[in-house]
Design a protein around this ligand. Structure first.
Ligand SMILES: [Fe+2]
Length: 216
């Protein structure tokens, strides 16, 4: 158990998971990956009686994870933390949408850039920032309270795709390996798509992790 109050909102046409994270009953919170449906997210924040959004944390800048950053940041005043290697993507979201028919999404100038290795104290929660490239070149995972907000690195029964620009399979596998070695089996994984899982469950059942196990 994470000891955190984590609310998941699955948003947009690509069904991306946005998370609102806070200490139980706290009036301040952090939002991870507001990908779409800004109005719905803002209403939810109000409904949860969250007065301050202390940060918007981005795992990576694919459009389905950042489509609502600008309106949510504007409405809440929250600073946006972006992977350093992907700043240009957030600043030009529509130039990087790989398929027609999505958007339009408003670009944004991030307030803070992260490379991995940082420790952030936001809304009374310690977040450790981990560099986990492979799905995208600057991808970050945020560890807090025995949980991982891991974007598109690892899914329930699957892993992130590597066929988009900057994707790389060996790099993704090595990022997953870092997470599996570093964090215990009972670590909750809040992924960018599909259901919530644990590292132990994925180690035991995820076919993509067999490649890791066979390399040991
Ligand atoms: Fe992605």
């Amino acid at each position: 158990m994470s000891g955190l109050d984590v609310r998941m909102f699955t948003v947009g046409p690509v069904q991306e998971n946005c998370f609102v994270v806070r200490r139980p009953d706290a009036a301040s919170a952090v939002i991870v990956d507001p990908g779409d449906e800004a109005d719905r997210l803002l209403e939810a924040i109000e409904g949860l009686q969250i007065e301050t959004v202390e940060a918007i944390l981005l795992t990576h800048t694919h459009f389905d994870h950042v489509g609502a950053v600008a309106p949510v940041a504007r409405a809440t005043g929250a600073p946006v933390y972006c992977p350093q290697l992907e700043e240009r993507v957030l600043q030009n979201i529509m130039d990087f949408v790989p398929w027609p028919g999505f958007g339009p999404f408003e670009s944004y100038d991030p307030d803070h850039l992260l490379a991995g290795g940082e420790a952030l104290n936001l809304a009374g929660i310690e977040f450790e920032v981990l560099f986990t490239p492979g799905h995208s070149p600057g991808h970050l995972t945020y560890a807090a309270g025995g949980a991982l907000f891991s974007g598109d690195v690892l899914f329930q029964g699957s892993v992130g795709r590597v066929d988009l620009p900057g994707g790389d399979w060996p790099t993704l596998l090595s990022s997953i390996e870092t997470l599996v070695e570093r964090f215990g089996a009972d670590t909750t994984v809040y992924p960018g798509h599909m259901g919530i899982t644990t590292l132990g469950q994925e180690r035991a059942t995820n076919p993509f992790l067999r490649e890791l196990a066979s390399n040991r």
